[in-house]
Design a binder for this molecule. Structure first.
Ligand SMILES: [Cu+2]
Length: 68
């Protein structure tokens, strides 16, 4: 297991948190997602071997921006 932390722009409410959480949970190997719109963070627990670019792309696909 590995924990990845993303800084994400554009989350405004709990609905945004849920959208991101639900979208990321559809990715194979994602175990847990905790999004926090107040901090602008998304913490993702993954099985080892999951490419963090896949997670980044999914977040951006649904309309949010991942900062480096
Ligand atoms: Cu929202």
């Amino acid at each position: 297991m590995e924990k990845l932390l993303f800084n994400v722009e554009g989350m405004m409410c709990n609905g945004c948190e849920n959208r991101i959480q639900n979208a990321l949970k559809t990715i194979d190997g994602v175990v847990e997602v905790v999004a926090n719109h107040e901090n602008g963070t998304v913490a993702v627990t993954v099985k080892s071997g999951v490419d963090n670019n896949i997670i980044k792309e999914k977040i951006e696909d649904i309309g949010y921006e991942v900062k480096d």
